[in-house]
Design a protein around this ligand. Structure first.
Ligand SMILES: [Ca+2]
Ligand SMILES: [Ca+2]
Ligand SMILES: [Ca+2]
Length: 624
């Protein structure tokens, strides 16, 4: 935006001296918000000695600060609780002139239909927006972007998927049965083609993890209006939306990198910073030396991911407001917080607390990508760590159980490695709160693991959907899609890209477009989701181990009204397994009837039931 600069006497001032405003963050806020005053970060020029005022008495400005280069202005804006939605421009004045700071207040979204949080009643489905469906070819190559950055034949290029494509396929997701969508970051990323000396270059930021604008929607994906439409239409179908937020770092093309709001905005600079050595254990251990500990917190995730300095209160404030702004302006229900362990624990707590203060049901899951449950447990909320901090974080992904399940169902570990892993639930204040992932966009797809079979993939999925926790699936796994390491694990969803140079020849969003194995996997996924949604015992009941050996695992999910018994057999032949069902208070004469799979009813006799479990499958029984 541009503004005419006038001197105090009313004449047009010299542009080089007068203040000018190019960006206001956040661009709007709400009256009656728990964060009040809101702190604005205003980008522009010539802010030396700036004074900021509001013509409207409903807003009061204080605590104004400029950076040394006079390119950034910080200002607190206190909003009267009675202020109506509308435009509330502020005025920045220096001895050389004045300029307008655009700002407005919005009507808050209805908290009865937005900000619902994620619970054990949900099944989360991860979508990588660029790779799911292209609903709007007009945004495939934004103006000024190199044409070569969009190329479906290059796994590191943009492929054209967008928010409109997700909206178009909401009925598919509803039919599958998932109740929440986690979308990879929709912050605006740089549109160009990145060159570097690493094997992953040239590349683009199609994945969205290199923000250049924390308040912008990626122009290849859509805009804020489309995003709001997506949330509303998803909600209308009973599907929640989870935003992927990245407070740990921004992209190296962010304007802050050459012109930071404060000298300590980042940990280091583009030319002078530590690279993260990923000695992640130092974040957990009480015995770490400060140098290694700080490197893991402050080191850059890669040379093109500048690390935000949350120890600077202005940075922490900016990021917390940004997180709340996205929730308030779109009505989303949850947050997946990227690389959360590389941020100070006090900041995780502050962010969690502020989210819940404004949106009591809000839910945030942190990515602590560790196969060691002690490390993931350290970051979940509900208990204090040795450092005295309770992060109050709602959930973490259960990478350790995911890892064991993949090994078990590709025959690299015995079946009873599952209950042996689950014993570490003792480390969590409430294991039901874990997010149990089947896979994600950073991991090899199940069908591309060594030793993978379709039956193995089916058992892995059934396990993820029936064990304790909030299950999270990755788009494409419901078709048994293949894909090795990044970016191969981010192949396009077949049928999402029906136009362009190399249009899809089939549409796997529809039954007739799926191969027989894909259809088998799809129906299986649908059934296990349905089973979970139909039985509260699977969603939030106790998990009780009933039987385990090398090839078989049987457990119950039990609440006060029902008991569901889930049995896995990975052998090539049917097994008959005697289970001490009395131990879960199921009386003699009761029947264990099959509710998913094919087997026969098992009658409880002398406190025991003999379950018939067919070869290489999972089966679910209901007691009574
Ligand atoms: Ca597109
Ligand atoms: Ca962009
Ligand atoms: Ca960090």
């Amino acid at each position: 935006m541009s503004a005419i600069c006038l001197t105090a006497s009313g004449s047009v001032c010299a542009q080089s001296l007068a203040p000018s405003v190019s960006k206001v963050e956040p661009p709007f806020w709400w009256a009656g918000h728990t964060i009040n005053p809101v702190r604005l970060l205003i980008h522009g020029a010539n802010f030396t000695g700036a004074r900021v005022s509001s013509a409207n008495p409903a807003l009061k400005v204080s605590n104004v600060k400029t950076n040394a280069r006079s390119t950034y202005l910080f200002a607190d804006v206190k909003i009267a609780s009675t202020a109506r939605p509308g435009d509330y421009p502020l005025l920045v004045t220096t001895d050389s002139g004045r300029s307008t700071i655009p700002f407005h207040l919005e009507q808050p979204l209805d908290s009865r239909t937005h900000f619902q949080g994620i619970t054990n009643d949900d099944v989360i489905y991860l979508i990588m927006t660029d790779r799911f469906a292209n609903g709007d070819p007009k945004n495939d190559v934004p103006s000024g972007a190199p044409a070569a950055a969009t190329d479906r034949n290059n796994p590191r290029s943009y492929h054209g998927g967008d928010l409109r494509g997700i909206i178009a396929h909401l009925p598919y997701l509803k039919d599958l049965g998932v109740t929440a969508l986690w979308l990879t970051p929709w912050y605006d990323n740089w549109n160009g083609i990145n060159q570097c000396d690493h094997p992953w270059c040239p590349n683009t930021y199609y994945h969205g993890y290199h923000a250049i604008d924390y308040y912008g929607v990626e122009d290849r994906f859509g805009d804020l209006t489309t995003l709001r439409e997506l949330v509303e239409k998803a909600h209308a179908l009973g599907i929640k939306v989870i935003q992927d937020q990245v407070a740990n770092h921004v992209g190296s093309r962010h304007p802050w990198v050459t012109d930071p709001p404060l000298p300590n905005w980042f940990h280091g600079t583009l030319s002078q910073h530590q690279r993260n050595k990923f000695r992640n254990y130092t974040l957990l251990s009480p015995h770490s030396n400060p140098e290694d500990f700080r490197n893991t917190l402050d080191g850059w995730f890669s040379d093109d991911l500048p690390d935000m300095n949350q120890e600077e209160p202005e940075v922490a404030k900016y990021e917390i407001q940004n997180s709340l702004w996205w929730i308030g302006s779109t009505g989303i229900d949850g947050i997946r917080q990227d690389t959360i362990q590389y941020m100070p624990r006090f900041f995780i707590r502050e962010l969690s607390d502020e989210l819940h203060r404004q949106f009591p049901k809000m839910w945030m899951v942190g990515e602590v990508f560790e196969r060691d449950a002690a490390q993931t447990a350290f970051f979940i909320g509900g208990h204090r760590g040795w450092d005295g901090i309770d992060t109050n974080l709602d959930s973490v992904f259960d990478f350790s159980l995911w890892n064991v399940s993949q090994r078990v169902f590709t025959n690299k570990a015995p079946m009873n490695a599952l209950p042996h892993q689950l014993k570490y639930d003792a480390l969590y204040p409430d294991p039901l709160k874990l997010t149990t992932l089947a896979n994600n966009h950073d991991t090899i797809r199940f069908m591309s693991l060594e030793g993978a079979t379709l039956e193995g993939a089916m058992m892995h999925l059934a396990f993820t959907l029936s064990v304790r926790g909030i299950p999270q699936l990755y788009s494409g796994e419901e078709l048994g899609m293949e894909g090795k390491d990044d970016p191969d694990n981010r192949r396009d969803f077949p049928g999402g890209f029906p136009r362009g140079d190399s249009p899809d020849t089939r549409n796997a969003f529809k039954r007739e477009g799926r191969h027989p194995d894909e259809q088998r996997m799809f129906e299986w996924t649908q059934k296990w989701i349905r089973l979970r949604l139909d039985h509260a015992a699977i969603r939030d009941g106790r998990l009780i181990d009933l039987y385990d050996d090398e090839d078989t695992y049987v457990f119950a999910r039990q609440n006060n009204t029902e008991t569901i018994v889930i049995a896995f057999n990975r052998r090539d032949e049917e097994r008959k397994i005697k289970v001490a069902i009395r131990s879960i208070s199921i009386r003699d004469g009761a029947d264990l009837k099959v509710v998913l799979g094919s087997s026969q009813t098992a009658r409880v006799v002398d406190g025991q039931a003999t379950l018939t479990i067919p070869a290489r499958t999972a089966i679910a029984f209901r007691a009574n």
